[in-house]
Design a binder for this molecule. Structure first.
Ligand code: ADP
Length: 549
């Protein structure tokens, strides 16, 4: 039975299991390729719901996941929200303190964790009061050496494949994800049933990312990252075949799955596709099945769009935010551009796209006035709509800053052209985005300035060929500091508290940090005056990759 008459997720799965019982869900796991059908998937979501209920999970409780993309993680996607509980995906790439804060803030009592991520979670949980009373289920059929955990298969085994799904109110929180801010702790965004429902339905329209029952959909974007951009829900609503690339997939794994499973639609951050492009230089790559690759999270370079065009694959550039469930715009070509020449089309496809139907936007300049859609005037992009959150979880000070009269102030500085295409020209927020994951410049600055030999420090993101941006620290040494050893000491200090991929690629000494009129560090001026790409060229060793745990 579906979950009632409101806008909720459960009917998407009910329909898929009825209409497409034999359509496959395929997963790359440590055990190799595993596959089953929608029908079996439907049964297992019921078994999981029964197991969770027996464990004590009730409507409104949060259930955490600390996992890569695979079928078991996908089982939590429909099971947890459809029982009225809340699926809380946690990003395993975050520093330990953020993970501790998030588990405490969300009040997680039960966490599903991948075998390969258990050591990382154990490290974050060790002696951390935030983890008191938290229990673990490890994804697979065996336990973990790192954590005291129940194997997932034992957790669900023997439970009934029937479950009395409740009739839910569409305002019921269904999911939760945290986003990093410029300052302070990560901010929680709750997704109601209705937000996820409306995002799913809007995504299926021609100006979204249309999918059909003959599509084979592979989200490479992690399922801990804003519900893998909603794709597990959208693909189910479409009745498409799902392919999950498993733990830390490399270009060879991605290429193999595209070829072997006939993937037609895939999605990920630019770094993933740059990796695939590199791989294609020395290896045969058969992309004949692939129709569409969705690229977002950071700007897709024009050269990437051309590269896929040359191979008969359409690159759809998309923009979104955790606060927007997450998709806001997609660079679909309007009918007015259909007959335009290739370069004109490309110019529009390189932008962040046109707004999805159902949303509204405006661009506000420094004087609080709306700017014209002329492709030149710029300001901050404000958005609102059914799948845009109206507040952060328990963060009134952040709410006051980021929301106004029902609008979300995105922090992205944009122009909009006369066709309505959005282009991000700068960021009001100074967080650094490396390989699709955030690094807080403010946190690194504070840590660096804790060193006696440092007067002032500013950290900015410098464009990087592979990772889009990498952090570089600009340091004003304190009087009398030993500049021969300072760099190394700062790096040691940071390495003690932060993951390797957060460490700056370079530390540059300068005489003074440029300031704004109000005395704040002017990141814009630092970027303009001091930082150029040569600072980070070839600087990232493989182990500094964000997808390396
Ligand atoms: P996600 O990375 O999943 O889109 P986040 O909430 O982590 O979501 O990041 C949102 C921010 O990422 C946006 O406000 C914007 O600064 C940046 N961003 C997202 N998509 C793009 C894009 N296509 N081009 C440039 N920046 C983007």
């Amino acid at each position: 039975m579906p979950g009632g008459t409101d806008q909720t997720l459960r009917p998407f799965l009910w329909r898929a299991a009825k209409l497409y019982p034999d359509r496959e869900i395929v997963s790359r796991t440590h055990q190799g390729i595993e596959r089953y059908t929608y029908s079996e998937y439907d049964d297992r979501t019921a078994q999981l719901a029964n197991a969770l209920e027996e464990y004590g999970i009730e409507e409104g409780d949060r259930v955490g996941t600390f996992c890569w993309n695979h079928h078991r993680h996908f089982e939590t996607y429909f099971s947890v929200p459809s029982m009225g509980a809340q699926l809380h995906t946690i990003n395993p790439l975050l520093p330990d303190e953020h993970i501790q804060y998030i588990v405490d803030n969300a009040d997680d009592q039960l966490l599903f964790v991948d075998q390969s991520l258990a050591p990382k979670l154990a490290e974050a949980a060790a002696d951390a009061p935030e983890f008191e009373g938290v229990e673990f289920v490890v994804m697979g059929d065996s336990g973990s050496d790192a954590l005291d955990a129940t194997p997932y298969e034992a957790f669900v085994e023997g439970h009934s494949t029937a479950y009395e799904w409740p009739e839910l109110d569409e305002k019921q929180p269904a999911g939760m994800c945290y986003t990093s801010g410029t300052t302070g702790n990560p901010k929680g965004v709750e997704y109601t049933q209705q937000m996820l429902w409306s995002h799913t339905v809007a995504t299926l329209t021609p100006h979204g990312i249309p999918m059909d029952d003959d599509d084979v959909v592979m989200p490479v974007v992690p399922m801990f990252h804003v519900n893998a951009w909603g794709m597990p829900f959208t693909a189910t609503a479409a009745g498409a075949k799902h392919v999950y690339p498993g733990p830390s997939p490399d270009p060879e794994d991605i290429a193999g799955l595209i070829e072997d499973e006939g993937v037609t639609i895939t999605a990920g951050v630019p770094t993933v596709w740059l990796g695939l492009m590199d791989y294609a230089e020395d290896n045969d790559l058969d992309l004949s099945a692939l129709d569409t690759v969705i690229v977002g999270g950071s700007a897709a370079p024009e050269s990437m769009i051309r590269w896929f065009d040359d191979r008969g694959v359409e690159l759809l550039h998309a923009w979104g935010m955790t606060e927007m469930s997450p998709i806001g715009s997609v660079s679909q070509l309007k009918y007015t551009l259909e007959d335009a020449d290739y370069e004109t089309q490309l110019e529009h496809r390189t932008k962040q796209g046109i707004l999805m139907p159902g949303l509204e936007m405006k661009v506000i300049d420094d004087d609080g006035k709306e700017v014209a859609w002329d492709g030149e005037d710029f300001g901050e992009l404000w958005v609102r709509g059914p799948w845009v959150t109206k507040e952060y979880f328990e963060r009134p000070e952040a709410n006051a800053e980021d929301f106004e009269e029902g609008w979300l102030k995105t922090g992205d500085i944009v122009t909009i052209d006369d066709e309505g295409y959005i282009k991000i020209v700068d960021r009001a927020k100074d967080v650094i985005k490396s390989g699709g994951e955030w690094i807080s410049s403010v946190e690194l600055e504070n840590a660096i300035m804790a060193h006696d030999g440092v007067g002032e420090a500013a950290v900015v993101g410098v464009p990087h060929e592979k990772w889009q941006e990498r952090p570089v620290a600009f340091v004003v040494p304190a009087a009398g500091a030993d500049t021969d050893t300072l760099r190394e000491e700062i790096m040691d200090l940071l390495a003690a508290d932060y993951p390797k991929w957060w460490l700056p690629d370079a530390i540059e000494y300068i005489d003074e940090i440029p300031k704004t009129a109000t005395g704040k560090f002017s990141k814009k001026d630092i970027r303009e005056e001091y930082s150029d790409q040569s600072l980070v060229e070839g600087t990232v060793p493989e182990e500094a990759a964000p997808d390396d745990d």
